[in-house]
Design a binder for this molecule. Sequence first.
Ligand code: NAP
Length: 338
Amino acid sequence: MKAYRFDSFDSLDDLKMREETDPRPQRGEVLVRVRAVSLNFRDIAILRGRYPRKALPGFIPVSDAAGDVVEVGEGVKSFQVGDRVIGAFHPRWFSGEAPSTVLSDSYGAENDGWLCELKAVSQEAVVRMPDTLSYEEGSTLPCAGLTAWTALAGPVPIRAGHTVLVQGSGGVSIFALQLARAVGATVIATTSSARKAEQLRALGAAGIVNYAEDPQWGKSVRALTGGRGVDRVVEVGGPGAIAQSLRAVALGGEIASIGFLSTENPGIDFFQLKGSGASFRNIAVGDRAGLLDLNRAVAATGLKPVIDRVFTFDQAKEAFSHLESGAHLGKVVIRCMA
Ligand SMILES: NC(=O)c1ccc[n+]([C@@H]2O[C@H](COP(=O)([O-])OP(=O)(O)OC[C@H]3O[C@@H](n4cnc5c(N)ncnc54)[C@H](OP(=O)(O)O)[C@@H]3O)[C@@H](O)[C@H]2O)c1
């Protein structure tokens, strides 16, 4: 099979494609023919030394994939040849408290990921993908889709009458916009791009604020809610955005802390944090049970993931580069089979 590996993390040119031995499924494993993978900011963060966790070169990158089961190992009961599946971001976090291996199981950072033609994984590390989706669309669910779902679904599930703030037009944010609209919530979006503002409006954002032109964008978001603030912030901006997120959030609302896109880190004012009256929840993508819930929601609502561009397997470097440029809206996908 063909597989990509980062030989080192000096530059994107260290991403090398090679011919490798086909994996075989062991007891309890399925062999997946990978049809599509989707990229996340973490794939760039790992390369650039910005990933806040351990990440070593040498592994096959990329955490998210969709494909077909082409062989099953001894004792596999949950899947059969021909099943269309997606990988779970955390291969061993099934439900409840995260296992102690949740960080070290990380695809592309401490284990081989999915940017390859064939992958043998535990039957517990994949789930069936919704019939309503193509492989390209299915490949976007494991990280971006599930993270947005986790941010909105609990502990107080977002519903009609709530207002959600999404930041920028990347993978997590667009999923959060779509999922929030699917339950009738109002969405306010920020973006640095006038072109993307129109696309965000077309996807159902009721209000848009340009965070690049308006340093007090949190105040502007609050003004759009009539001064009450938003019920949930899908916080992907991180250290440079949190102060404005605290301005935007309603008393009793929640900041679902997800990302670290901003490069500046001015620190947090304790009294602003306390005075916001909001709660702060750290999100780590989500568990397998959440992925199954998301799949049901996607099938039931007919939600179609927004794909910015699909690259071929040979164009993997271009795909990484496109994601890093920030020109995309939604997801960047690599098709692994013709
Ligand atoms: N904790 C978790 O479980 C988890 C899971 C998934 C992702 N994440 C993190 O969440 C973040 C988003 O991931 P992603 O894959 O969705 O990213 P992505 O697709 O690469 O998002 C890129 C977009 O984010 C916007 N952006 C860039 N800098 C920003 C800033 N300072 N403030 C607000 N928006 C900014 C830009 O949108 P515009 O062009 O519209 O301005 C840019 O196009 C990353 O930090 C990622 O590592 C964390």
